[in-house]
Design a protein around this ligand. Structure first.
Ligand code: AMP
Length: 211
């Protein structure tokens, strides 16, 4: 199965992805994680992406499609994949379709996480992430230790108020049209109300996917 997780920044895609991966026995690919790692390692990709990311802007489509094309061709993703935040513009949706076509595959479903902007601002304003394994936390302070790997929790630069506002603006302008594009293209669309406890959202998500 090739599944795309879609929704506003802070909707909980990255929080749910590992749980869905476990339930569906699929690996995940998150462009945000690939990019943050590249920034940390100071690679040419990281140097190119950093400014866009810090401002809360989208990294150019050709850079994203390069990452996705390379990753999906690797043996790790042959059996299927959960794509987390990978498609944020219509050209990226078109590019992903080409990449999957070239591998004789197609997107089986889009799972859209539905949530209000007010909830997002509150959530991201209180979020920390593990600097090592990227696990996101709410209600935990920077400097505390990650429960999963012992790494240090940090604030993301793009979770500061100005960047959050910009990310939501960018979502409305460039990412929201992706939902309509997939709807028109006959892709199976599933939606999940992304509020409530972690387990409630997981249950709803699996149910929306018919599991
Ligand atoms: P995320 O961790 O998914 O919130 O992504 C963090 C940042 O990485 C975004 O705000 C963008 O700057 C960049 N990014 C991640 N995925 C994409 C994508 N598919 N297209 C463009 N930029 C992306």
């Amino acid at each position: 199965m090739n599944l795309l997780l879609f929704g506003k920044p802070g909707a909980g895609k990255g929080t749910q992805a590992p749980k869905l991966a476990e339930a569906l026995k699929l690996p995940t690919l998150a462009t945000g994680d690939v990019l943050r790692q590249a920034v940390r390692e100071g690679t040419p990709l990281g140097k190119k992406a950093k400014e866009y990311m810090d401002r809360g802007d989208l990294v150019p489509d050709d850079v994203i499609l390069g990452i996705v094309g390379e990753a999906l061709a690797s043996p790790d993703y042959q059996r299927g994949v959960i794509l987390d935040g990978v498609v944020r513009t219509v050209p990226q949706a078109e590019g992903l379709k080409q990449v999957l076509n070239g591998l004789n595959r197609k997107l089986d479903a889009v799972l859209s996480f539905e949530i209000d902007n007010d909830e997002i601002v509150q959530r991201l304003g209180g979020r920390t992430v593990c600097e090592k394994c990227q696990t996101p936390y709410t209600g935990r302070n920077a400097g505390e230790k990650c429960e999963k790997c012992g790494g240090t929790l940090v604030r993301r630069k793009d979770d500061e108020p100005d960047a959050i506002r910009n990310r939501l603006r960018v979502y409305e302008q460039q990412t929201a049209p992706v939902f309509d594009w997939y709807s028109r293209n006959g892709t199976r669309m599933a939606t999940v109300q992304a509020v409530g406890t972690f387990d409630e959202v997981t249950k709803r998500a699996l149910k929306a996917l018919g599991r």
